[in-house]
Write a protein that binds this ligand. Structure first.
Ligand code: HEC
Ligand code: HEC
Ligand code: HEC
Ligand code: HEC
Length: 122
């Protein structure tokens, strides 16, 4: 009886553990790794020690204009707005690789949600 209790206690613990790891996984670099891409696609080296540059994104993601096209249905387009249009902002200023995205709007605005708007019918 006791053995089974510990088995289920352990199973429950491991399950919670997985849920937490899954949440952490949503950083940009992990999402690339999950798609079979290496560290080197962003870092230009297999054992990186320094930060990746925004330039490294372009061979695959083309340009800021191209990603702005992908997010044109967002309530506020993170890739096309007065800040991005008027500065030399880089992909990695917002997409931090191994941390949550940081969007430099909050110092002046609040409450922007960078998500796709739901279709009218939904
Ligand atoms: C999608 C692109 C991407 C991938 C893939 C990626 N990284 Fe990064 N990595 C970044 C970016 C962007 C930064 C810089 C973050 C910043 O500026 O704060 C960074 C920073 C780092 C740093 C810290 C450098 C410093 O400034 O201290 C290390 C170490 C690192 N990455 C290792 C790795 C390893 C190991 C892998 C593979 C398992 C990997 N990265 C995969 C984008 C990526
Ligand atoms: C070797 C090609 C390659 C490089 C280099 C690359 N990516 Fe990606 N990225 C992909 C692929 C493939 C996907 C998944 C399909 C898609 O959404 O385009 C993706 C998806 C993404 C997504 C959406 C993630 C998701 O799961 O919703 C973001 C954000 C992103 N990349 C940012 C970056 C940034 C920032 C850099 C540079 C630091 C970068 N990528 C470099 C290939 C690349
Ligand atoms: C001002 C901040 C900012 C800059 C600069 C920026 N992004 Fe984004 N990007 C975002 C936010 C916010 C989202 C939406 C949330 C998310 O998916 O991370 C996003 C989403 C994306 C996506 C997913 C789009 C989709 O179809 O869902 C890709 C790919 C991407 N960015 C790539 C890039 C690349 C490549 C660059 C540089 C050319 C770049 N971003 C520059 C903030 C930024
Ligand atoms: C340094 C302060 C500052 C920053 C940072 C900033 N904004 Fe603004 N933004 C303003 C001001 C000032 C206005 C004009 C007054 C208003 O309409 O609130 C404005 C207006 C806007 C508008 C309305 C423009 C229109 O069409 O009338 C949008 C959308 C917007 N900002 C998006 C963004 C986004 C997205 C970011 C981050 C990527 C950002 N802003 C960063 C100060 C800022």
């Amino acid at each position: 009886m006791k053995k089974w209790f510990w088995f289920f206690a352990l199973a429950a613990f491991l399950w919670t553990g997985t849920a937490i790891t899954e949440e952490k996984k949503s950083f940009t670099a992990d999402r690339h790794k999950d798609r079979g891409l290496s560290c080197a696609v962003c870092h230009k080296e297999d054992q990186p020690t320094t930060a990746a540059s925004g330039e490294s994104c372009l061979p695959c993601h083309t340009s800021l204009e191209a990603v702005a096209g992908r997010t044109k249905d967002f309530a506020v387009n993170p890739h096309q707005n007065h800040l991005v249009d008027s500065s030399d902002i880089s992909c990695t200023d917002c997409h931090q690789g191994h941390k949550a995205d940081k969007v430099a709007c909050d110092s002046c605005h609040s409450g922007f949600k960078f998500e796709r708007q739901k279709a009218e019918s939904e």
